[in-house]
Design a binder for this molecule. Structure first.
Ligand SMILES: *Cc1c(COP(=O)(O)O)cnc(C)c1O
Length: 477
């Protein structure tokens, strides 16, 4: 390192403000009124350490390093503190157009589910007590009857997510024994759920049959031995194989299972409780259909098409579900009261079709009419035009939304995109500023425009988007 650089570093270190001085500044006092003093202190210390490190590693990029002064550093710490002190889990506006986005918390909950969450959060609750006898109850009983009614299954259990449901079912039914699965169904979901890995962790031995694009019933049959415990079918949620393909239908697997007295499990992933084609949407497997076809175990997520909280739902034959509930692993994978409260409210909504279509946010977003979407797009465009003036351009373009969550993988829903471009800023920079705003706004970039897909934007959020953009435009860049 050159001597000049060394002395520059020392000079900057010397300029680093002291905690007490920072705390005496009015900007930080305001923060102390809003948050607790201890919390502000802890964030300031963290950022001072960070700044010290940045200076030592010559990573600090402040304007005009030569003439930097203590106030510049104080302002830098203020900015960092203001940002970091906000809760880490906070609402964001999803203008990205993916309805079930794992990164954004998947399903938006219905009003009923939100109310149920609040009621249960406020005090004690009947999560595991039999109120009649006063004895210890069973949390699985809380929603089991609803799931039986809605799917036609004999019994049901609920765990932390569908990955847990799959793990638990495989461990219960097939530990140290073989599970036969088609090579065309060895899916990866979202990077961390991979069927072969889950299988290994469950203690089951994977017996893959057929080929990627072609698996016939006799492939399964030839693989059956006395070590076989289970036939597994996995819905290839997030991809589709086209061309020369053959997949063995569940029906045939069920018949094979009956012939050899082997249970059949169907991992549906999303698993809808309704046939979506009645709304003009592409078909997605329906849980009740798998049960009617004869699957012994069906697993699916609570927060994909079902539209509830994160959960994994297992429905099927009573004796298997009973064994699953009694598995020691079930305790480690169980859900808490908040999940059960929101899930129960979500499931109850399915008993009132009219309210379901009106109030189930996932269904609502999927079934928005062209008119509704166009109207929202025009509202947003007009709002943005009012503040942009000559600093950029706002246009409406046709586009496509996605259901996401591994549902309707190859299908898209036509939508309208409000596309915005600024003269002073690249689309990447603009979209980053939107993400770092309060509330954060998630967008995508289409042909160098920042695109707001109004399908996934809630009505009251259109105004908020305009406010966020106005704030960005008013910053001095
Ligand atoms: C999404 C999915 C999973 C994982 O479900 P999580 O609820 O995310 O744990 C497992 N299997 C399939 C087929 C899926 O689509």
């Amino acid at each position: 390192m050159k001597e000049t650089e060394k002395s520059e570093i020392n000079e900057m270190l010397r300029l680093l403000p002291k905690v007490d001085w920072l705390m005496s500044l009015s900007d930080f006092q305001v923060l102390c009124e809003q948050y607790s003093r201890e919390l502000v202190l802890s964030h300031i210390r963290r950022h001072l350490d960070g700044l010290r490190n940045d200076i030592l590693k010559q990573k600090l990029s402040l304007p005009d390093r030569k003439r930097i002064n203590r106030n510049d550093l104080a302002r830098e710490i203020l900015e960092r503190t203001k940002y970091s002190i906000q809760p880490n889990v906070k609402p964001v506006i999803n203008a990205g157009g993916i309805i079930l986005n794992t990164g954004l918390g998947r399903a938006v909950l219905s009003q009923d589910a939100r109310n149920a969450l609040m009621r249960v959060a406020e005090g004690f609750s009947s999560i595991e007590i039999d109120l009649k006898s006063g004895k210890r109850g069973n949390r699985h009983d809380l929603v089991e009857q609803y799931l039986i009614d809605l799917t036609g299954a004999e019994a049901a259990a609920v765990v932390n997510n569908n990955a847990a449901a799959t793990l638990l079912a495989l461990n219960t039914l097939a530990q140290n024994r073989e599970v036969i699965i088609s090579r065309g169904e060895l899916v990866t979901i979202g990077g961390s759920f991979r069927i072969p890995e889950v299988m290994k962790r469950s203690g089951a031995i994977m017996r893959e049959v057929g080929t990627t694009n072609h698996t016939k019933l006799f492939d399964y049959e030839r693989a059956i031995s006395e070590d076989t415990a289970l036939l597994l079918k996995v819905h290839t949620s997030n991809y589709k194989i086209i061309g020369f393909t053959s997949e063995t239908p569940l029906e045939d697997l069920v018949a094979l299972g009956q012939k050899y007295n082997l249970p059949v499990m169907h991992d549906l992933g999303s698993g809808s409780l309704l046939d979506l084609s009645q709304f003009g949407l592409p078909r997605e497997p329906v849980v009740g259909e798998s049960i009617r076809t004869g699957a012994d175990i069906v697993t699916f997520s609570g927060d994909k098409l079902l539209g509830g909280p994160q959960a994994g739902i297992i429905v099927g034959k009573k004796r298997f579900i009973q064994a699953i509930k009694e598995n020691q692993l079930a305790r480690a994978l169980r859900c808490g009261k908040l999940t059960f409260a929101a899930l129960e409210a979500t499931l109850r909504l399915y008993f009132d079709r009219e309210r379901l279509i009106r109030e189930h946010p996932v269904l609502r977003m999927m079934t928005k009419s062209d008119r509704e979407i166009s109207r929202a797009a025009v509202r947003l465009r007009n709002g943005l035009n009012k503040i942009v003036h000559s600093r950029g351009e706002v246009i409406i373009e046709k586009g496509l939304s996605e259901v996401g969550g591994g549902s309707l993988a190859t299908e898209s829903l036509p939508t309208k995109l409000v596309c915005m471009k600024l003269i002073s800023m690249s689309a990447e920079k603009f979209s980053q500023k939107l993400r770092l705003s309060n509330p954060p706004v998630i967008t995508r970039i289409v042909n160098d425009y920042v695109a707001f897909d109004v399908r996934t934007v809630l009505d009251n959020e259109l105004k908020q988007i305009v406010e966020v953009v106005a704030k960005i435009l008013n910053e001095k860049n």
